[in-house]
Design a protein around this ligand. Structure first.
Ligand SMILES: [Zn+2]
Length: 243
C-alpha cells in the first residue's frame, strides 16, 4: 500500500487531485494500481471479467479499482472488517448481444449504457456495452452503485445513491452532462428523497430524459463542494451507512 490516507474525509480539492491522478482507461494497464500485488489490495473487491480482451481487462481493472480506493477513503468503516465483495464485469461486443442480455435481466430494452446489477449478497455485476465509444463515465457511475449497493445494501435513498454515482463519475471520469431541458418546480427535495427505485426508473422513462440525474448530482455536488455543508452531508451519510 502507498501512504495512508489522511484522517477524516478529503475535501473537493483532494477529490479533484485524485481524479487527476486516476489513470485514463486506455493507459491504465501501465499504472501502479494494475501492478499492485494481490495481498496489498486491502479492501478491494475481487473482479471477474468476461467478454473483454486481456489488455482491456487490465485497463478496466486499474480504472475501477482506482475509483474503489477513492470511495474506500471517502467512506472508511472505522476498523470494521470489510465484507468480501466480488464484482463481475461482463462485456458485450455487439448491440444484438447487449439487447439479449437486457432482456434476460428484465431491464428496459431501450437502455443504451452500462448498468449494475446485484446478483447475491456481496456479489454484483457490471454489464458493459463494449461497442460504445467512451464508457469511462458510465463505468464510474455504475461502480459507485456497486460500492454502495454491495457494501451497504438498501441504506441510501435512490436519489442520494444516484447523486453519489453522478458525483463520482463527474469527479473521477470528468463525465457530467447537463440536460437541455431543466424543468423548474418539478419535485421538492423531500419528494426526490422519498422516491423508490421503481419510481425513479419509471419517472426517467416518461420525463425529461436524464434531467433527474442532474438534480441528483446537483444535490450531492452542492454539499460536497462546501466544507461546512460537506461535514453535515457526511454525517448524514455515515448515519445511514454505518448505523
Ligand atoms: Zn445510476
Amino acid at each position: 500500500m502507498g501512504a495512508a490516507p489522511p484522517p477524516g474525509l478529503p475535501d473537493a480539492a483532494a477529490a479533484r487531485e485524485r481524479r487527476r491522478a486516476a489513470p485514463p482507461p486506455d493507459k491504465a494497464a501501465e499504472s501502479e494500481a494494475a501492478r499492485q500485488p494481490e495481498a496489498a489490495r486491502g479492501d478491494r473487491p475481487e473482479l471477474l471479467f468476461a467478454g473483454l480482451g486481456e489488455s482491456r481487462q487490465a485497463a478496466m481493472a486499474a480504472y475501477l479499482l482506482g475509483l474503489w480506493d477513492v470511495l474506500e477513503r471517502e467512506f472508511p468503516e472505522g476498523g470494521r472488517p470489510a465484507p468480501n465483495i466480488t464484482v463481475e464485469i461482463n462485456g458485450f461486443g455487439t448491440e444484438v448481444e447487449f439487447r439479449k442480455k437486457l432482456l434476460a435481466d428484465g431491464k428496459n430494452p431501450n437502455l443504451v449504457g452500462a448498468y449494475y446489477r446485484r446478483l447475491s449478497p456481496g456479489h454484483g455485476e457490471l454489464v458493459v456495452p463494449l461497442y460504445r465509444q467512451d464508457m469511462s463515465g458510465a463505468m464510474a457511475h455504475e461502480l459507485t452503485h456497486a460500492f454502495f449497493g454491495l457494501k451497504y445494501p438498501g441504506r441510501l435513498p435512490v436519489f442520494v445513491n444516484e447523486g453519489l454515482a453522478e458525483y463520482y463519475a463527474a469527479e473521477y471520469a470528468h463525465s457530467a452532462e447537463t440536460p437541455r431541458v431543466l424543468p423548474k418546480d418539478w419535485k421538492t427535495e423531500d419528494q426526490w428523497l422519498a422516491m423508490t427505485a421503481e419510481e425513479w426508473g419509471s419517472e426517467n422513462r416518461i420525463s425529461y430524459r436524464g434531467a433527474q440525474y442532474y438534480y441528483a448530482w446537483k444535490y450531492v455536488e452542492r454539499r460536497m463542494s462546501d466544507p461546512r455543508r460537506k461535514k453535515g452531508f457526511m454525517d448524514y451519510l455515515s448515519a445511514r451507512l454505518f448505523p
